[in-house]
Write a protein that binds this ligand. Sequence first.
Ligand SMILES: *Cc1c(COP(=O)(O)O)cnc(C)c1O
Length: 312
Amino acid sequence: MPLSLNDIEQHANKNKTILQEVELPGLTSRPTVYLKREDLIHHEISGNKWHKLKYNLVEAGTQGCRTILTFGGAYSNHIHAVASAGRILGFNTIGIIRGEEHRPLNPTLEHAVKCGMKLIYLDRTTYRKRNEPKFQNELKEKFGNVYVVPEGGTNSLAVKGASEIMTDINIDYNYICTAVGTGGTLSGLICGAKGKGTVLGFSILKGGAFLIDEVASHVKNFSGNSFSNWKINLDYHFGGYAKINSELVKFIHDFENLNGIPLDPIYTGKMLYGICDLIKQERFGVDDVIVAIHTGGLQGVEGMRGKMANHQ
Ligand SMILES: *Cc1c(COP(=O)(O)O)cnc(C)c1O
């Protein structure tokens, strides 16, 4: 029996993913800021990864694939999510990990192995071939009938899933904000917003300008439209992927103290720091309503603890 969307959706805590108004450290007079709590949609497959995976899992089932193969770094939220999804929904999973194996395994990979994911390490040069059809065919020959999900989980079905984050945002907003890694989530939000308000992405990668073309093409492919009400801010990457400084760490602590909501230092922390900074620069009006998506990623905080402690 192929998996239906209902089989997957029954695991989602849709009632928890509310809009929650938040305070921002150091700001009094300011726009209204809500967090959309997608971090609470599932206790393991959290946030945007849930939305990006669900239609891919349905499709894997439809194609008769019992194994999902995907790619990621050693701390990847996506690897963590795919491993959990496999265990919960009955797929075998294979994670192709960038770089060498390190023992003991970090918390992300330890979780993946516990879920039954088979880990394969590739050196960085070979890993770069991950999107080449020839390389993927070699993987299929080696591992049989696998359903391949790209790194970060971004493809057209992921954009479709992410677009549904917009369906229960039923307030009058001016801005929708999200952190951007591969751009799949931002693309979905743009499609789901259907031209309403401004959709603002915060690149967490250094040199993220290439994401503008990527997002434009995902949006066009999925919706057939090229919406113009969106932007990617490139100013809040803090030096690049998983790079942090003491100002960011302090912001994350202050935000959690004020609101009781944890953020991660790789994605949501940088986005909210960016929003806060743009508010200080009066780039938003005091009457604006901003909805920031809490895309989850809290599993990754454990692996960043040492680094964060060095930036106290
Ligand atoms: C993966 C991830 C993102 C980035 O999503 P993309 O669709 O790759 O842009 C943002 N936030 C969190 C918490 C993530 O895990």
